[in-house]
Design a protein around this ligand. Structure first.
Ligand code: NAP
Ligand code: ZN
Ligand code: ZN
Length: 347
């Protein structure tokens, strides 16, 4: 076994603390790499606080991982020592179901193996994430990371990036579309960048007046402060799509009223409590409410290649791992600009 160290939550109430554990030895199809950077996703916070239920402790969070390969198994063809490597939210899946065969491993019908707070495909072995120094993953779930981009700022693409890229591609969002992005955090700022890159007119819907200048710098054409009823009224019935990245309970009926006829409200944010949606919010204007989960491995690679070509990365604040708790506190207050990334040198 390979000795590893990281930061773990021992239960849903105590702060993260240093933790020693083991990674498996490299098998013929495995890639081992030293983790350089790991992004901090709001899902980390939901899961260490057990807000979605079923959390597995001890938990080493982190699913926006980039690093450099140190060792590959005898049968590995896609990577060699010295290559950059990335791992997102999954480390394996059944590979045989209809969805896996289509490259939609995030919707594996058997259940994929999440990078942390999950189990390997044996159903027993717990998975540990990227707030750690080393990881071993089957080559099919390791992404090629472009050498041309700032590595720390690439890490968040592995979750925040693909989670917003995938629905925009699925619904063919592009030129001629008016798109609203709800919530300017990790996912929201990537949604703005991608929707702008795909040629849409983008409006930022935010609760934070202080984020207006940043929203415009990120490429948003308009900014609406959602706590101001007059500003909200002015955009009623005006969007083809809303990408909803909000992590806390909010009023879906209000946002559905901002869609045009046939508009689609796409949920990527995952608040821990159920939403109340009136049938009439959908009936008037034949509207849809939809959801989307991360993205499959082929699409994640496509997204990374798109980012390399268009020079797109995340806007980050690099932190030391000992400051993780204060990063979470700021994230809870919506004070994220726009992704915390852990520098694993500080471990
Ligand atoms: P984040 O960085 O904390 O951003 C969330 C943003 O939502 C905040 O910055 C804030 O933006 C807004 N917000 C927070 N509370 C709000 C409230 N009560 N009402 C309205 N707006 C509020 O979080 P993230 O990492 O982007 O993640 C967002 C959500 O997506 C989380 O629930 C996460 O678990 C989920 N997620 C889902 C997937 C998926 O596959 N579908 C993948 C990753 C993450 P403003 O200040 O602009 O209002
Ligand atoms: Zn995430
Ligand atoms: Zn499957």
């Amino acid at each position: 076994m390979i000795a590893a160290k990281g930061y773990a939550a021992q239960d849903a109430h105590t702060p993260l603390a240093p933790f020693q554990f083991e990674r498996r030895e490299v098998k013929p199809h495995d890639v081992q790499f030293d983790i350089l950077y790991c992004g901090v996703c709001h899902s980390d916070l939901h899961q260490i606080r057990n807000e979605w239920g079923g959390s597995i402790f001890p938990m080493v969070p982190g699913h926006e991982i980039v690093g450099r390969v140190t060792k590959v198994g005898s049968e590995v063809t896609k990577f060699k020592a010295g290559d950059l490597a990335g791992v997102g939210c999954m480390v394996d899946s059944c590979r045989q179901c209809e969805n896996c065969r289509e490259g939609l491993e995030q919707y594996c019908l058997v259940g994929n193996s999440q990078t942390y707070n999950g189990r390997e495909q044996d159903g027993v072995t717990p998975t540990y994430g990227g707030y750690s120094n080393v990881i071993v993953v089957h080559e099919d779930f390791v992404l090629h990371v472009p050498e041309s981009l700032d590595l720390a700022a690439v890490a968040p693409l592995l979750c925040a990036g693909i989670t917003t890229y995938s629905p925009l591609r699925h619904w063919k969002v592009g030129q001629g579309h008016k798109v609203a992005v709800l919530g300017l955090g990790g996912l929201g700022h990537m949604a703005v960048k991608f929707a702008v890159a795909f040629g849409s007119e983008v409006t930022m819907l935010s609760t934070s007046p202080a984020k207006e200048a940043d929203a415009r710098r990120l490429g948003a054409h308009k900014f609406v402060l959602t706590s101001d009823p007059a500003q909200v009224k002015a955009v009623k019935g005006s969007f083809d799509f809303i990408i909803d990245t909000v992590s806390a309970p909010h009023d879906y009926n209000l946002y559905l009223s901002l869609l045009k006829t046939n508009g689609v409200h796409i949920c990527v944010g995952a608040p821990p409590t159920p939403a109340e949606i009136m049938g009439f919010s959908l009936i008037g204007g034949r509207k849809s409410i939809a959801g989307s989960g991360i993205g499959g491995i082929p699409e994640t690679q496509e997204m990374l290649d798109f980012c390399a070509e268009h020079n797109i990365v995340s806007d980050i604040e690099l932190i030391s791992i000992k400051d993780i708790q204060s990063a979470y506190d700021r994230m809870l207050k919506g004070d994220v600009r726009y992704r915390f990334v852990i520098d694993l040198k500080t471990l």
